[in-house]
Design a protein around this ligand. Structure first.
Ligand code: 4NP
Length: 158
């Protein structure tokens, strides 16, 4: 993606499983490195607006020492495309949807989370919603790898 990484919005479908975990992982990574990054998450769909993350997502975050019970789901807005330097999709459907709704005056760079990770460009973070708890461990591993690489890019760009 290149360019200054200063404000990152993670986007999945419902904003209750994958993107809140990506938000949590990058917040933790930025705090550990003393990086001043704006971090948020949203969904392409508005179905879960105002809801806390899925209990299984809350549980996996808590297993890694992070409490995300206060997060609340929201839908992506047109303003997000100017407010964030980077809008990071969790999967290819989210990416296509974002490209479809991006307003003409969008300034954010739009791409896939795993594009930041060496050797994983083009890969997607699987939707764990209809699976079992183990799927959320895979999600956590993926978003943690992505968050580390985004933090690296932020340090390199800043
Ligand atoms: P997420 O997971 O996009 O990672 O938040 C999902 C959450 C809800 C649904 C699908 C995926 N849903 O169909 O309601």
């Amino acid at each position: 993606m290149g360019d200054l990484v200063s404000a990152v919005l993670f986007v999945c479908l419902g904003n209750i499983c994958r993107s809140p975990l990506a938000e949590a992982a990058l917040r933790a990574e930025a705090a550990a490195r003393g990086l001043d990054l704006l971090v948020d998450s949203a969904g392409t769909a508005g179905w879960h607006h105002g809801k806390a993350p899925d209990p299984r997502a809350q549980a996996v975050a808590l297993r890694h020492g992070i409490d995300i019970s206060g997060y609340r789901a929201r839908q992506v807005t047109a303003a997000d495309f100017r407010r964030f330097s980077h809008i990071v999709a969790l999967d290819a459907d989210n990416l296509a949807d974002l490209r479809g709704i991006a307003p003409a005056d969008a300034t954010a760079r739009i791409g896939l989370l795993l594009d930041f990770v060496a050797g994983r460009a083009g890969q997607t973070v699987a939707d764990p919603y209809y699976g079992d708890d183990a799927g959320f461990d895979v999600t956590w591993a993926d978003v943690t790898a992505g968050a580390r690489s985004i933090a690296d890019a932020a340090q390199a760009s800043g």
